[in-house]
Design a binder for this molecule. Structure first.
Ligand SMILES: [Fe+2]
Ligand SMILES: [Fe+2]
Length: 356
């Protein structure tokens, strides 16, 4: 072995065992244990506060039957997107099946999304916008195509779901405004409907809870694997599209009407989705992220974590992420103290050891 080779091997060995840095195994154990705790917390919360039924908890018989064509088009689009839920569950489960907490959460998530599809089907039926026969044919047409994941790995998908859930929440919140008669957009003046207000409220509360779960998960990745996580987030933002848009007939029309209604379009995507999600993730703004990753990719990365850290400082408020991760551990601990899990297998926070 030459002196050079010997030196580089020693250097490699040193950086891998720097004091205070967690090993990959330790990080993965912490991530898995956190997801398990978060999943446990989530299920309790979901059962207690959002256990609604799409058929019996809404006054469908009194839904208005004279909504604007535009609003009906939007509700039909919501139904089309939500009804791919078996694909959403099945496809992502294959990718995250090794994680107990994340995969079990995903099944629970699917059981909530399934209600959203049922809810919008009821809206189409009771508004008399579509006949039962029409809906049957539509389902058949939709299900003849199969949804595919935009990314094939757990880290990209957690960032994708952060953005997608926030976007969905924004869609439903803004629909709720129209249903409450609070929209000043032309063409929706006569769409006030208390039944629809309640439907939009229930669904957007679910979407907020989904967003929160994925956000907490995404922060764990950002904290323990910042370089990879920032790259994944960059990719997700760069290529983001709402799910199933390419499968749904007349999707362009739906997207156009939703954008014109200020429910969700490019403008809402930037200000109400990306800017909010990035701030929640501790990212110092969209432009800083896009610039920083481009620079990072132009430089050889053989120096490893410490080198990456220098570039990441501009993009990520790492202290803020750490604080949020600690808060999550605190929330899980308080929950598990009540259930008793804490006594048997406590979740203990470990700093990533990265110097920033
Ligand atoms: Fe949903
Ligand atoms: Fe959702």
């Amino acid at each position: 072995m030459s002196l050079n080779e010997l030196q580089s091997e020693l250097a490699e060995h040193r950086s891998a065992t720097s004091p205070g840095l967690l090993s990959i195994e330790e990080k993965d154990r912490l991530l898995e244990r956190s997801f398990l705790g978060l999943y446990r917390w989530y299920v309790s919360r979901s059962q207690k506060t959002r256990n609604w039924n799409p058929n019996t908890d809404f006054d469908w018989k009194n839904m208005r039957t004279d909504h604007s064509e535009k609003l009906n088009t939007i509700l039909e689009g919501f139904f089309a997107v939500e009804q791919y839920v078996p694909d959403y569950v099945f496809k992502l489960l294959r990718v995250i099946r090794r994680s107990y907490g994340r995969s079990h959460f995903h099944i629970r998530w699917g059981s909530e999304e399934e209600k959203h599809s049922d809810m919008w089907e009821n809206a189409l039926l009771f508004s008399r916008f579509r006949t039962p026969e029409w809906i049957e044919n539509y389902k058949y047409e939709l299900r003849s195509k199969e949804y595919e994941l935009p990314w094939d790995n757990p880290m990209h998908m957690i960032f994708y779901t952060v953005v997608q859930e926030r976007a969905t929440q924004v869609n439903y919140l803004n629909t709720g405004l129209i249903a409450a008669g609070k929209s000043d957009i032309e063409g929706f003046e006569n769409d006030a409907d208390p039944v629809l207000v309640n439907a939009a409220k229930a669904i957007s509360a679910d979407e907020a809870a989904h967003y929160n779960f994925f956000l907490e998960g995404a922060r764990l990745y950002l904290y323990y694997y910042p370089a990879q996580a920032l790259e994944a987030l960059y990719d997700v933002i760069k290529f983001f599209a709402m799910p199933a848009g390419d499968l749904i007939p007349r999707y362009d029309k739906f997207a156009e009407v939703a954008a014109a209604a200020r429910i969700y379009g490019p403008r809402e995507h930037i200000t109400d989705v990306l800017d909010i999600a990035l701030a929640n993730l501790g990212i110092e703004g969209r432009r800083a992220l896009m610039r920083g990753i481009k620079r990072m990719r132009n430089v050889p990365t053989e120096q490893g974590d410490l080198h990456d850290t220098a570039w990441m400082c501009d993009m990520l408020d790492y202290e803020n992420v750490e604080q949020k991760v600690k808060q999550l551990f605190g929330r899980i601990n308080r929950y598990e103290e009540k259930t008793g899990h804490h006594e048997i297998s406590p979740l203990v926070f470990k700093p990533s050891g990265l110097t920033w």
